[in-house]
Design a protein around this ligand. Sequence first.
Ligand code: GLP
Length: 255
Amino acid sequence: METITQKRPAVVVAENEVLARTVAAEIANLIQARNAAGLSTVLGLATGKTPILLYQELIRLAQQRTLDFSRVVTFNLDEYYPLESDSPQSYHYFMYKHLFSHIPIAATHTHVPDGTLARADIASYCAEYEQKIRQAGGITIQILGIGENGHIGFNEPGAERESRTRLVTLSDTTRRNAADDFGGETNVPREALTMGIATILEAQKVVLLASGARKARAVQQALAGPVSADVPASYLSLHPNATVYLDPAAASQRR
Ligand code: GLP
């Protein structure tokens, strides 16, 4: 018999700049403390508009403190499929533009799922992605955003608790929300590669950031509703060390 313990994530509400500063400082402190102890730091990274400010702040801190990234390894949550890595909509491009090109991290230490794989190679590639995370020592801290439908990474409603890195079909809401980036919904890929819920829940610490009124409903459901595949972010209640950082608009439907 499986006992499922439920503990709601801690919640912090503040303006976006404060949230970005707080989480960036936490990451920088973690890297420094682990460097001092001779340990690697494995960052689970997210894309989207929400973490941009966090990455800017992390870049600033990295420069200010001349942070040593030689023991830092990163794994991104997801990537569209199929999509070329040098396409401006790709998460490879996003990470390079918003973070990797501004910090002294070796390219061999950064991992973003490959959107250019042959379909036949996807299953083994995804198993290898999981293996690489384990070999790196597991994710020390996982950064997440949230979709309007409650998705985390590209784990859309219906995603199972035990899911791992895999190919998924994107929901209509997600594709509609990405339409502007791709110059129309028809250009948005129909599939994506994403870490699974089980992959995310294995991180030592999970941080979810949400801003704007468009996220308020999903946030409320994730924090106050039942743990359910209908709202994938609700699985964070199964994590012993999860914190949700909200701006006032994203927190506006909390009761
Ligand atoms: C995409 C990403 C998610 C991200 C979400 C929200 O779907 N795959 O990881 O959390 O968008 O993006 P934004 O922060 O732009 O609202």
